[in-house]
Design a binder for this molecule. Structure first.
Ligand code: AP5
Length: 217
C-alpha cells in the first residue's frame, strides 16, 4: 500500500506510522526524521534544514522533494510506503503525483489524523525523543520510558526537540493551517482522504486507522 499520513504537529503521525508500517510491512518514511538524521550527522543538508526547522518553517521544496523522492525510490519501498510529513504543501503534493504517474503507480489512501489543538499542545510539550534515533518517541505523561531520560528501545538519551519550544510550536501550527491543510482538499478531490479521530489510546487510534484501510490488525 502507498499511504500518506497528514495531521498537525503532535497529532501522533510518527507514533501511528511506526505501528502502521509494521502491521502493513512497508517502510515508514518521515521527512522530519530524515532531516533530523542529517542534522545529527552534520551534513550540509542538515545544516541547511536546521535553521528552517528551528524557526518552525518548512524546509524549501527544492531540498525536500528530491530527498523524499530519493527515499521512496529505494528498493524497500517498491511494494509500498507510508509517508509521514510529506507532502506538506500543494507544490510537494503535485510533485509527488508527478513522480507516481511517471512510475505508473498511485496512492491508496491519505489518512488525516484529527486532534483538537489543546491536545496537540499537550502532546508536544511532553514529548521526548531519542538522540540516537528520532523515531523512538516518548511522552512524560502518556508514554513514560521505564527509566527517566533513557530510551526503552536502544538506551539512547531522551531530549526535547529544539522545535518543540512554545513559540516555535505556535509557528508550526500556523504553517500547518496555511501551507499543509490545503493538501487535504487536494486529496479529497481525488477521493483519497479518510479522517481518523486521533484522540484516545495509541492502540485504539491504530485500530481505527487499520479498519479505515480495510485491514484487520
Ligand atoms: P516533523 O518531524 O514531520 O514534525 P511535525 O509534522 O510537526 O510532527 P511532529 O513530529 O511534531 O508530531 P507527530 O504528529 O509525528 O506526533 P508524535 O507521534 O511525535 O517535521 C519537523 C520539521 O521538519 C517541520 O517543522 C519542517 O521544518 C521540517 N519538515 C519536515 N517535513 C517537511 C516537508 N515535507 N517539507 C518541508 N519541511 C519539512 O506524537 C507527539 C507526542 O504525543 C509524543 O510524545 C507521543 O508519545 C504522544 N502521543 C502520540 N499519540 C498519542 C495518543 N494517542 N495519546 C497520547 N499521546 C500520544
Amino acid at each position: 500500500m502507498r499511504i500518506v499520513l497528514v495531521g498537525p504537529p503532535g497529532a501522533g503521525k510518527g507514533t501511528q506510522a511506526a505501528y502502521l508500517a509494521k502491521n502493513l510491512a512497508i517502510p515508514h518514511v518521515s521527512t522530519g526524521d530524515l532531516f533530523r538524521a542529517n542534522i545529527s550527522q552534520g551534513t550540509p543538508l542538515g545544516v541547511k534544514a536546521k535553521s528552517y526547522m528551528d524557526a518552525g518553517n518548512l524546509v524549501p521544496d527544492e531540498v525536500t522533494i528530491g530527498m523524499a523522492e530519493d527515499r521512496i525510490s529505494q528498493p524497500d519501498a517498491e511494494g509500498g510506503f507510508l509517508l509521514d510529513g510529506f507532502p506538506r504543501n500543494l507544490k510537494q503534493a503535485e510533485a509527488l503525483d508527478g513522480y507516481l504517474k511517471d512510475k505508473g503507480i498511485t496512492l491508496d489512501a491519505v489518512l488525516d489524523l484529527e486532534v483538537p489543538e489543546d491536545e496537540v499542545v499537550k502532546r508536544i510539550a511532553g514529548r521526548r525523543i531519542c538522540r540516537s534515533d528520532s523515531s523512538h518517541v516518548f511522552h512524560v505523561e502518556y508514554k513514560k520510558p521505564a527509566r527517566e531520560g533513557v530510551c526503552d528501545v536502544c538506551g539512547g538519551e531522551l531530549y526535547q526537540r529544539d522545535d518543540d519550544r512554545e513559540d516555535t510550536v505556535r509557528k508550526r501550527l500556523e504553517v500547518y493551517h496555511t501551507e499543509t491543510e490545503p493538501i487535504i482538499d487536494y486529496y479529497k478531490a481525488q477521493d483519497l482522504v479518510v479522517t481518523i479521530p486521533a484522540l484516545g489510546e495509541v492502540e485504539e487510534v491504530t485500530r481505527r486507522a487499520m479498519a479505515a484501510l480495510g485491514r484487520d490488525e
